[in-house]
Design a protein around this ligand. Structure first.
Ligand code: TYM
Length: 333
């Protein structure tokens, strides 16, 4: 089974938040001996939010190249595309039939969509909300339960989905026997929510992201755009409420972070801080960026890696689904 498992939705270009919240902890954990890791591109999840085929395809390529450029060893870890595992949508349907609608009513993403309709004064509060969005957490539960994953490295925004997965698994086990392991979210509290350009959570939906592998020039430009307050250079500043500091902290060592916090309290100019943050990030990302730019030129090679991963993943998912089907009475007569 999977010791660690996590996925990234293929709707955009991977950003610093994805890296510190999920990709970095996942790759670090995959380097531990005797640990089987399953990492994947959530492309069935992607079509919930995005119905632009070219964009989805490009994003899948970018997300896959990102993982590899950042050092994922695709021989030891199992790296695949969700849509190459047909057992996942099959399991999703089975779980859909066993999941209370009330549980899904409580999902943050669905509630936010309803709240948006309410705020816009629409009569139909479900306007433009698809069944895909509504039952999104069940597909995610299937991703995790399919491989009996124990730990799931994610950012804080995914915790509710993990709770729902445990709920769904517990209910299934109660009725049909102990088939599923109840998974745990692994959240690194220092980087659980990385802020974006405007200080809100860095997110594709807020359009405030810093993509991981922008050119040096673009990276500098984005960092210069990060919102700060209007304190003068020599005035003491609070590191804890500053987006620049939060991003620095997510990358720097503990000692470097402490030293930077001291400089904030003494007074540091925003221009200086932005320049230093740029230099720090650029140093970290330079090597992976070069590799990424090479990888992205050979989609065929990336595809071969993913196909190989899917074959390995299905060694687990095919017998697992078989077992689940037997447990509920769907089997050859
Ligand atoms: P997605 O694609 O929105 O994000 C991928 C991962 O990045 C984390 N993340 C962040 N972490 C810290 N700070 C941020 N600003 C930030 N933005 C994003 C997310 O928490 C996530 O861990 N539903 C998932 C994909 C998924 C999945 C799964 C994950 C599908 N099936 C099974 C784990 C297990 C999602 O949309 O993530």
């Amino acid at each position: 089974n999977a010791d660690h498992l996590t996925g990234i939705t293929t709707t955009g270009t991977p950003h610093l938040g994805n890296y510190v919240g999920a990709i970095r902890p996942a790759i670090e954990s995959s380097r531990e001996a005797n640990r089987q890791c399953y990492y994947f591109l959530a492309d069935y999840h992607a079509i919930i939010k995005c119905q632009d085929p070219a964009r989805i395809r490009q994003s899948a390529l970018e997300v896959a190249a990102t993982w590899i450029a950042l050092g994922l060893d695709t021989d030891t870890s199992i790296f695949y595309r969700q849509t190459d595992i047909p057992e996942i949508p099959e399991l999703t349907w089975i779980l859909t039939c066993m999941t209370a609608k009330g549980l899904m009513n409580r999902a943050h993403a669905y509630k936010a969509a309803v709240a948006d309709n309410e705020a816009a004064g629409r009569k139909d509060l479900d306007k433009e909300i698809t069944m895909g969005l509504f039952s999104y957490p069940i597909l995610m539960a299937a991703d995790i339960l399919m491989f009996n994953a124990r730990k799931v490295p994610v950012g804080r925004d995914q915790i509710q989905h993990l709770e729902m997965t445990r709920d769904i698994a517990g209910r299934f086990n109660h009725q049909f026997g102990e088939h599923f392991i109840l998974p745990e979210a692994v959240v690194d509290e220092t980087t659980a929510v990385l802020a974006g350009l405007d200080g809100r959570k860095m997110s594709k939906s807020y359009n405030n992201t810093i993509p991981l592998f922008e050119t040096e020039k673009k990276l500098r430009k984005l960092i210069m755009k990060i919102k700060t307050n209007s304190l003068a250079p020599e005035e003491p500043k609070d590191p804890e409420t500053c987006t620049l500091f939060a991003i620095y902290k997510a990358f720097a060592t503990r000692e470097e972070t402490a030293a930077m916090a001291a400089r904030y309290r003494e007074g540091i100019g925003w221009g200086t801080m932005k320049q230093e943050l740029f230099e720090y990030l650029n140093e970290v990302l330079k090597g992976p960026r070069e590799m990424y730019n090479e990888l992205i030129k050979s989609p065929g090679d990336i595809d071969a890696v993913l196909k190989k991963g899917a074959i390995r993943a299905r060694e687990y998912s095919v017998p697992m689904l078989d077992k689940i089907k037997k447990a509920i009475g769907i089997q050859a007569l």
